[in-house]
Design a protein around this ligand. Sequence first.
Ligand code: ACO
Length: 332
Amino acid sequence: MAKQVQARIISTGIYLPERIFTNSDFEKIVDTTDEWIVSRTGIRERRIAGQDEFTSDMGTAAAQDALKKAGMTAADIDLILVATMTPDYTSSSTASIIQAKLGANCVASLDIQAACSGYLYTLATAKAYIESGMYRNVLVVAAEKMSSFIDYTDRSTCILFGDGAAASIVSNQGEGLFINAVTLGSDGEMAELIVIPAGGSRLPATAKTVSDKMHYFKMAGKETFKHAVRRMVMASNQCLEKAGIEDRALSWLIPHQANIRILEAVAKSFHIPEERMVKTVHKYGNTSASSIPLALYELVERENIGEHEHILLVAFGAGLTWGAIVLTKIMK
Ligand code: ACO
């Protein structure tokens, strides 16, 4: 019998805009303090993209980094998947723009919109395409220019978000992180908890939607917080069960980097030492779909992950959407 194909991440790349926006920069534009932001969120600074720097530019740069690290060129890619909630346009897709910027042979490309859970949904999609035998090498990009959708007069949301991009090459062969078990879920009954109300078919742009600031990101923070912790713990447990491992077998935990208090609440539910949880929220804030792959990149660059070690990724975001993935190191 033919051996089952195992989709694996063979390389990762990132792009972060140069401009650093600190909490004291926020003290100058809204009624807030560094002390409030650090104690309520753990965030100290975040990156903000330039005015002429778009989601597709950041995604392309991260993709080029990942291709280089894999020793590949755009010609080796069969499919491009992009996780973003801040696309260049409502249409065309950011994936097609990245395809052109990379010069990737007119390959298939599509966007996946699952907000902060977007990277996990996109990795799961790459796994399905590869393990069905349809494609061999899939470029997975997560890219967000949150700053284009943030109301910088709303102190309850503006301090939370940052810009950035990360990419992964998912392949049917080679040393890498096997996309072992996957759990995904959603609950549209609570879609309004985190929403950009206008600009879609429900509320097309008018002078009134603009003056009412309806094109900006709105979030019911407290309510979202409760669902985030509950869903992330639930998804993690379901995913560990699917992988057939216990939490004690995990080497690393990478939760979506929304708020340090959410990360700590999730970690508390598992037997995993604090130093085994990857944290980037203090320096990048919440970069939505990019947050988990930015942290994964940092982990992979820093640690020599050994064969059979497990990493748990867990996310939660607008939709509501959530998901968890167990990655397991394989050598070939
Ligand atoms: N500076 C100072 N005070 C502030 C600020 C600020 N930047 N923002 C809010 N406050 C005030 C509020 O006005 C409120 O004052 P009041 O009591 O006088 O009304 C007080 O602080 C408490 O506000 P809360 O909203 O209750 O603060 P909370 O402790 O819940 O923290 C936060 C807010 C950080 C947004 C938190 O709720 C959170 O992280 N929520 C979850 C976010 C999340 O998980 N997002 C993931 C999905 S995002 C996506 O999918 C793209």
